[in-house]
Structures are given as C-alpha cells and as structure tokens.
Design a protein. Structure first.
Length: 451
C-alpha cells in the first residue's frame, strides 16, 4: 500500500483565489501509480485552483474509498492548504462521499470525477440542446443515489438517515419523469437536426465530423481547415454555419457542436466539431450526450484526431476506446489523424506509426498549429468521401439552362463547360442525388443527352 501527499502553503494564493475555488485533488488506484494530470486539467477547466494532491495505491475501502489513515492525511492537507473542496478522481459512492466529508473541516465540499465533469458541462452549456443534455446527465447521475437514499431511509425508518435528506419514492418518480420529458425534447431536436443534415446533403455538401479525446486539437484543426478563417467576421454567412470554433489549451472548450465550411479542392464539405471523449466515462454519461454524438454517427466521414505527442500506450488506449464508441453505431469511414507532430522528435513519428499500426493502419500526420500535413489531410478527406457520379448534359441555350448550369456549379464540381450557337455542354461530378436532380431539371428543358 503506497501513497503520496503534496501541498502548497495555505497562503500561496489565498488572497487571489476564493477558498471555495481552492481544491485538493486525490486519487486511489488498485495498482501502479496514480496519474493526476487529467484531473488537474479538469479542475482547471471548472475554475478551481489546485493547491494540493494526494494519491494512494490500495484496494478500495468500502466506507471511505481511501484507507482511514489516508483520509486523516487528506484532512491535514486540506487544513494546511486552506482548500474549500476535495476533488476525488474516482467514482465515489454517496455513502463514501458522506463519510469523507464528515472527516474534513466544516464547509469543505467533496466532489467526485463525474460531478466535476457535469459542473464543467453546466458552465459550457450555452444552447438549449447542450443544457438539456447536462440536465439529463445530472438526473441520471442522481437517480441511483436517490434510490439508495430512499431505500436506506425506509429500511431504518428514519427520514434523513445519516444526514442524507428525506427521500421517498416520489423523489425517484419525479426524477424519472424529468428524464422522460428531457428525452422527448431532445428527440424532437434530433429530428430537426437530421432534417437539416439532409437539406445540407441535398445542397451538395458532404458532412465530415471531428471526433477524438478532449484536448487532442480538434478545434485548432477545424480552424486550420475552415474556408472562412480569413473572412470578415461581420460578413454575411450561411445561416447554418457558426462563425467561431474555439481552440484553447483547456478541456471541454467545445461542448455543443460547431459547424463550418471546410476548404477543399473539389468537394463542398461541412466540418463539425463536437464535445471530446474523455477517459473512463460511464455508459450513462455517454448516453446523455447521444444527441450531440449523432453529428458523428450520421456523418459521411469521421476524422478521429489523436494527440501524437502522448506516450504510445496512452494513444493506443484512447484509439481503442474511440473505436468502440465510433463503430458501435457509425457506418461512415474513419480516418485517423495524428495531430501535434510539431512536438515530436525526429524519428518519433515513424516509431509511433509502427507501434500503432494495428489500431491506426494508415494515419494522416499533421500539425494543426503549424499547418504541416494539412494539405495531405484535405486530399485524404476528398479521397475517402463517398464516390461522386460523372455526368455530361447538353442543354439548349436559355435563361432556364443558364440557371441550371449555375446550380450545378453550386452543387458539384464542373470540369467542362462549352457553348455553341444553340446549346451548352456541361460536364461535372457530383453526389448521385445531385446528378439525379440535375437530370430531372434538364429533362424539363429538353430531352437529356448524356454520355
């Protein structure tokens, strides 16, 4: 059984950071060494200042998660650092939370990993859909705890047993009712979004989704690929397109979906960035954000972005987990993108390609920060998108025909356009649905001649 404790002095930032935003982070692992890097990032993303750290390697204690001696060390660390919160990077049960809190100075909040994630989501939810998904996740998190509290209070015939509050079956029913109502509203939103996706496809757009773990550089890559990055932000834009895609070195800077038109040679592509994956998320939390993940599941192509500067084993673990999530429902091809290659030493990229060839057989290597490899990524995107059809139409020269030629330019790639005295010939590539509509429009002008 091993462990460690680190802490800053109580006066380190006491004047600049309110006590309730000063936190000690703690983690227990069954074996090996506990890694606090991600929980520190999550705490920072939620607005906490980490002033102390505690780890322990041992089997889980049913009452306290940590051993009682380690909880005593935690209490002293909290006092020494004047922390107002303890963030535990584990799935802490309601009774364990209560027991740990009872050993800490008065007023110190105990927050587990998933409560912290929900707090971040709540801070970033700036659309109705995002807020509904956060509410759903919070309710699904609370439901088993409400059931446990009700069961315990009923068994002991003491409402509020252990200070858990008065819970009865009506509380459980109310939570389940709210969950059902939120699901109905999210389903209605999803139907509208699916209709919008089909409208975009009918307009000739291919839909490409960015997926991957949070902080892999998805938003930075999106800005690099976006066609409108140098366009005046006050200029008129397509109403479906968002004007910004944040890129900060912070977890969960993107919670909702952001869609922008991508710069491609031939294809009209709409690129969508969404919330990043994160390690060890429980099934109920992933399901709560299923509506957001629909933009990934229903895309024509998925770019799975991986931080290539991370150790090979960490990359492998994230790739395997991402594949499990993507291939469960997604039918579109997936292209793996090794990002942040500017942070690698010479030869390191080749080593990682070889080591990960089993889970990433043909990755595209880029640096979204510098632009290296982005041209090759654009070529790969166009190559992997569903095949276009080739068509050649001969039309009479008329205003209606000129309108059709303009429409074909907007919805496909024209590589032949010639005019004679009484006809115009247009050769192009486009989606099968676009080709079919072009043929139908041409048929109303004159019997179509095609080769």
């Amino acid at each position: 059984m091993t462990g460690s404790v680190e802490g800053a002095g109580a006066d380190a930032d006491a004047e600049s950071v309110p006590r309730e935003r000063r936190a000690v982070v703690a983690k227990r692992v069954d074996s090996g060494e506990a890694d606090l890097a991600e929980i520190r990032q999550l705490a920072a993303a939620a607005g906490y200042e980490v002033v102390g750290e505690l780890t322990q390697t041992r089997t889980e204690d049913a009452a306290f998660m940590f051993g009682e001696g380690k909880v005593a060390e935690l209490r002293e660390l909290v006092r020494r650092t004047d922390a107002g919160a303890v963030i535990v990077d584990n799935d802490v049960g309601p009774y364990q939370t209560f027991n740990i809190g009872g050993e800490l100075p008065e007023g110190v909040e105990v927050i587990d990993r998933f409560t912290l994630i929900l707090e971040i989501f709540g801070q970033r939810a700036d659309t109705r859909k995002a807020q509904l998904q956060v509410d759903l996740a919070e309710l699904r998190y609370e439901l088993p705890r409400a059931e446990a509290k009700a069961s315990l209070a009923k068994r002991d015939e003491r409402p509020g047993f252990m200070g858990l509050g008065e819970y009865d079956e009506s509380v459980e029913r109310d939570i389940k009712r709210q969950i059902s109502e939120i699901r109905d509203e999210l389903e209605s939103i999803a139907e509208k979004e699916e209709a919008r996706r089909e409208q975009r496809r009918d307009s000739g757009f291919d839909l490409v989704a960015l997926a991957g773990y949070t902080n892999a550089g998805k938003s930075t890559l999106m800005r690099r690929l976006a066609a409108e990055i140098d366009v005046d932000e006050n200029a008129d834009r397509h109403p479906d397109l968002d004007t910004t895609a944040e890129s900060q070195d912070m977890l969960f800077t993107t919670l909702g979906t952001t869609t922008r038109r991508a710069e491609m040679e031939k294809r009209d592509v709409l690129l969508t960035d969404t919330v990043g994956f994160i390690a060890d998320l429980p099934h109920w939390l992933v399901e709560s954000f299923e509506s957001t993940l629909d933009s990934v599941y229903r895309a024509d192509l998925v770019l799975l972005v991986v931080d290539a500067s991370e150790p090979v084993e960490e990359m492998r673990e994230k790739l395997v987990t991402s594949h499990d999530t993507l291939y469960e429902r997604n039918e579109a091809p997936v292209v793996t993108v090794f990002n942040k290659i500017d942070r690698l030493d010479p030869g390191e990229l080749a080593d990682k390609r070889g080591a990960l060839s089993g889970v990433a057989p043909d990755p595209v290597a880029v640096s979204a920060e510098t632009g290296a490899g982005v041209a090759e990524l654009r070529d790969r995107v166009e190559a992997e998108l569903p095949d276009w059809e080739r068509e050649r139409l001969v039309l009479p020269v008329s205003d209606e025909a000129m309108s059709l030629v303009s429409w074909i330019h907007d919805h496909g790639h024209v590589d032949e356009e010639s005019y004679a005295s009484d006809q115009v010939t247009v050769g192009f590539e486009a989606k099968p649905s676009v080709v079919a509509r072009a043929r139908s429009k041409a048929a109303g002008l004159v019997p179509a001649e095609s080769t």
